[in-house]
Design a protein around this ligand. Structure first.
Ligand code: FES
Length: 203
């Protein structure tokens, strides 16, 4: 039988075969913050839980669980390692692109699988602020969720346009927006045009 080539980096392979910080028992973990995103109907639900070292304002522990694919598993595994020890404010700024870089890249058609972990982490951080009575620190991501199915915000659409997405298809490849029920498609298409004009039109 012919061997099938492995299209993933060694880091992806390593984190997929031996995922770090998997959440085995949510009750026993006693999280300080919890973030859940994605959509279990399309197999991409992502849960991230954190413990916070209050004196230093850093993430003391970060665990996760997903029903996603190999890329989602490897991405969140590496994200959980990146997040540990990070200041909450810095962890909030970690993007799917940062995770992909840390993984040594992902095959293009798999990039969309890596976008849920950082979202769930941001939700967990905001959840911690809420529980700790630090509402003033909650970053109301000036984000508005445009695609409810895949939890994709206008901010992410703008970032994807800035990184080169010009068509709905390219945006779907990068963010997985509008790939489930399709109800958001009209608005997403308008936003692509809006952000292209905002950032790239001649003055
Ligand atoms: S709202 Fe369903 S795919 Fe976007």
């Amino acid at each position: 039988m012919m061997a099938v080539g492995w299209a993933y980096s060694e880091t992806v392979k390593d984190h997929f075969m031996q995922p770090r910080n998997v959440l085995e028992d949510e009750e026993a973990f006693e999280a300080d913050g919890r973030g859940l995103t994605g959509n279990v109907r399309c197999g991409d639900e992502m849960l991230v839980v954190i413990k916070v070292d209050e004196p230093s304002g850093t993430i003391a522990d970060c665990k996760w669980r997903t029903f996603g694919c190999a890329s989602a598993i490897a991405s969140t595994s590496v994200l959980s390692e990146m997040g540990k020890g990070m200041r909450l404010a810095d962890a909030y700024r970690v993007t799917a692109r940062d995770v992909q870089r840390e993984l040594g890249g992902l095959p293009e058609h798999k990039v969309h699988c890596s976008v849920l972990g950082d979202k769930a982490l941001r939700q967990a951080i905001n959840d911690y602020y809420r529980r700790a009575g630090l509402e003033e620190k909650i970053e109301q991501e000036s984000e508005r969720i445009v695609c409810q199915c895949m939890s994709v915000s206008d901010y992410e659409i703008e970032q994807a346009v800035l990184e080169g997405a010009r068509t709905l298809y390219e945006l779907q490849e990068m963010t997985k927006v509008s790939t489930v029920c399709g109800e958001c498609e009209g608005e997403v298409t308008e936003l692509i045009e809006f952000y292209q004009n905002k950032h790239f039109s001649e003055v």
